[in-house]
Design a protein around this ligand. Structure first.
Ligand SMILES: [Zn+2]
Length: 124
């Protein structure tokens, strides 16, 4: 899973990162692209809505603390499980496929890929 850095044009890699919000809330496992050259970070487009909902609803309701974003985002949950496995390749393939399906606005295909993720995630 790679993407071109908007700042310097270098390659960015997808990873799960720790994000600190309002200095008091720590959110673990946020999927972001990180540039190896200039350290520019970019949130994965697909989780923007989930992260917004999380910050606006879950954090005010539960108060400051340490959270895992994987508990609030199916996409992140699957990514996290996959990243904990030694074999990295399958998720890369699926993520690439998923982004392709998304860019084509193909909802049925996107659902199929999500199902496949969940299947693989359950087969650990
Ligand atoms: Zn860069």
């Amino acid at each position: 899973m790679e993407k071109k850095c908007a700042q310097c044009g270098h390659v960015m890699y997808l990873s799960l990162r720790k994000v600190v919000y309002m200095n008091e809330t720590q959110i673990n496992h946020v999927p972001v692209y990180n540039c190896t050259e200039c350290d520019h970070n970019e949130l994965v487009e697909h989780v923007k809505e989930e992260l917004k909902r999380f910050l606006l609803q879950v954090v005010p309701a539960e108060g400051a603390g340490v959270f895992s974003f994987a508990n609030h985002s199916a996409f992140t949950r699957v990514m996290l499980r996959m990243s904990q496995q030694t074999e990295q390749k399958p998720i890369d393939d699926l993520l690439d496929l998923y982004l392709l399906a998304r860019s084509l606005n193909d909802a049925i295909w996107m659902d199929e890929i999500k199902q496949e993720w969940l299947l693989r995630a359950n087969c650990e």
